[in-house]
Ligand binder design. Structure first.
Ligand code: AVI
Length: 314
């Protein structure tokens, strides 16, 4: 049994205000639904970041100011689709580097490595499966400068406190002058943001409800999926999209393997996800609080998203 998931379900569904973490969205099925989300016309984040890495690879590499061979360590590499353009630029300009993609999924890493070897045969790729920090710690031991990639806007799924904790941990496992390129979604017209999460085809709804399907399968629970719905809300004054699962009626759910009976009132919510949107000053503060300095922001042409280049301070 996945024990941290079990503990989080017990704690989250027994709380006065029910909650479940979006980190549990990504079982095989959830990862597939997320691929669908990234292809939706409303989900501008992926296209914006792809544009940045396609059109500004040269500027990003110049801003690194690494004058020797370096490592590019990608945290949560997934299918590596976005990173491809950056790697392609480096390879075609004969710049010396190793690409170290890290992911918890062996399957994702195998597919990524095969694809890259086929499309960029000259690329030096050293894929790793496992815990980010173990691998980062090892990388920090050698003298080779590193560029860490944390793309896709994933930092936005952490509360401010957790984001600072995570970024400080990255920082602790980096060498002075190492760089971090971090993808962050920017504040913009609230309707654009609302539509990216409240999509017409209800793919984001499926993404959320898949969490209940996952709990049914892994813990022998009896959530009746049709008796739940999805709601999300963007509050532009604080830059937060919050997503929820809504119980459509008063009902009781058994989670047999956890010996739990959960009661829901009609319209009761389970908070599932935070997707934070940032202003540039907020990004500066986040960098400072985790011992980085912002070198430069690389924005797409609509100013929707930034790949922000940070440097570890002494
Ligand atoms: C992975 N993460 C940055 C996505 C986001 O935009 O918060 C996950 C997601 N949730 C709903 N749609 C996409």
């Amino acid at each position: 049994m996945n024990t941290s998931f079990a503990q989080d379900i017990t704690k989250g569904l027994s709380a006065e205000k029910k909650h479940l973490s979006s980190k549990y969205f990504y079982d095989d099925n959830g990862s597939r639904i997320f691929q669908e989300i990234m292809q939706m016309p409303e989900y501008y984040l992926t296209d914006s970041e792809f544009e940045i890495l396609s059109l500004q690879a040269k500027q990003i590499v110049e801003a690194l100011k690494f004058d020797v061979s370096f490592n590019i360590i990608e945290l949560g590499a997934g299918d590596g689709f976005k990173t491809f353009k950056l790697l392609e630029y480096l390879v075609s300009n004969s710049i010396a580097f190793n690409y170290v993609p890290i992911d918890i999924s062996q399957e994702a890493i195998t597919i990524l490595s095969e694809k890259l070897q086929e499309r960029l045969p000259e690329l030096s790729i050293k894929p790793r499966v496992g815990d980010y920090f173990e691998i980062l710690k090892e990388a920090a031991k050698n003298d080779v400068p590193s560029l860490l990639l944390f793309l896709g806007g994933n930092i936005g799924n952490y509360s401010e406190e957790k984001a600072i904790e995570l970024l400080s941990l990255f920082n602790k496992n980096m060498k002075v002058n190492d760089k971090l390129l971090i993808g962050m979604d920017l504040k913009k017209n609230p309707i654009t943001i609302h539509n990216a999460y409240y999509d017409h085809a209800s793919i984001t709804k499926r993404f959320n409800l898949n969490l209940l399907i996952r709990i049914n399968r892994e813990f022998d629970a009896d959530f009746r999926i049709d008796d739940f719905d999805f709601y999300c809300h963007y509050d532009p004054s604080i830059g937060e999209v919050k997503s929820y699962i809504v119980s459509l009626k008063a009902q009781t759910v058994q989670i047999k393997d956890l010996d739990l009976t959960i009661k829901f009132d009609q319209n009761e919510l389970i908070w599932t996800e935070l997707s934070k949107k940032y202003s540039r000053p907020e990004i500066e503060v986040l960098a400072q609080k985790s011992n980085f300095t912002v070198i430069e922001h690389f924005l797409d042409c609509k100013y929707y998203f930034t790949d922000s280049l940070w440097e570890k301070l002494k």
